[in-house]
Design a protein around this ligand. Structure first.
Ligand code: SAH
Length: 240
């Protein structure tokens, strides 16, 4: 009897261990859908993500499609992952948090600076009318563009360029999301924010902890709120 109880607790520990792995296997294949559900429950709902549109998008977009093949088993883990060219795809919670805080509406047009893998853009594209996204590394912009179109996400427009300058021809935007860490808030982005619009941006010293700033434009004035300490790869300019 004692043995049985002991075995049961060993078994229970084993099952819990298996369940807490970042990916779930069915017949030796990774069950990405189940991994995604676990991610929603353990990383988003268990924290402070409650916006239905954000949760729906996070539940729908196949994050594993946006990471290199060798990273796919870890695609739904609670951390950022390398995507090549010294860049990373943000942790799922950060993607969800930055999306939720923008309070997006279906008819919105959103600007993203730092396309990277294209995952954050795909999440935004599930919620809003059009996403404009800028990536400074040409190879990443190229891969992201192909990935997004192969998955049928056709309301996302990718361009190669310096996102510090924004995309004046397409602005002003209802919301702006910067997914690379800036040392200061780029003025052109504030100018391209609509009245009543929201911008989320990590600001602080390179190689250090930055603050995620939520900026809102009301009667032409910018209000800034620090919402969270974060780590982000740097926002670079053409000359460095
Ligand atoms: N949002 C991405 C992750 C971004 S990582 C995703 O979902 O995968 C930050 C990205 O910002 C990197 O790809 C980096 O090359 C890009 N970046 C850095 N400086 C930039 C700039 N000035 N303009 C546009 N993109 C920039």
């Amino acid at each position: 009897m004692i043995n049985l109880i002991k075995n049961r607790s060993v078994f229970k520990a084993f099952v819990i261990g298996i369940l807490s792995l970042s990916s779930v296997f069915v017949y030796g294949q990774i069950d990405h859908k189940q991994s995604r559900e676990n991610m929603i429950k353990e990383q988003l709902l268990a924290r402070d993500i409650s916006d239905p549109a954000t949760l729906k998008a996070m539940r729908t977009v196949p994050r594993h499609e946006f990471v290199p093949p060798d990273m796919q088993p870890y695609a739904y883990a609670d951390n950022p992952l390398p995507i090549g060219m010294k860049q990373t795809i943000s942790q799922p919670y950060i993607v969800a948090y930055m999306t939720q805080v923008l309070k997006l509406k279906e008819h919105n047009r959103v600007l993203e600076v730092g396309t990277g893998s294209g995952y954050q853009a795909a999440i935004l594209g599930q919620i809003v009318d059009t996403v404009y996204t800028i990536e400074i590394v040409e190879a990443l912009a190229f891969t992201a563009k192909n990935k997004l179109s192969s998955l049928g996400y056709n309301n996302i427009i990718v361009k190669t360029g310096d996102g510090y300058l924004g995309w004046p021809e397409k602005g002003p935007f209802d919301a702006i999301i910067v997914t690379a860490g800036a040392e200061e808030v780029p003025e052109p982005l504030l100018n391209q924010l609509k009245e009543g619009g929201r911008m989320i941006i990590p600001v602080g010293p390179h190689n250090g902890i930055r603050q995620l700033l939520l900026m809102t434009k009301k009667s032409g004035k910018i209000k800034t709120k620090e919402v969270m300490a974060v780590r982000f790869v740097p926002l670079t300019r053409k000359d460095n």
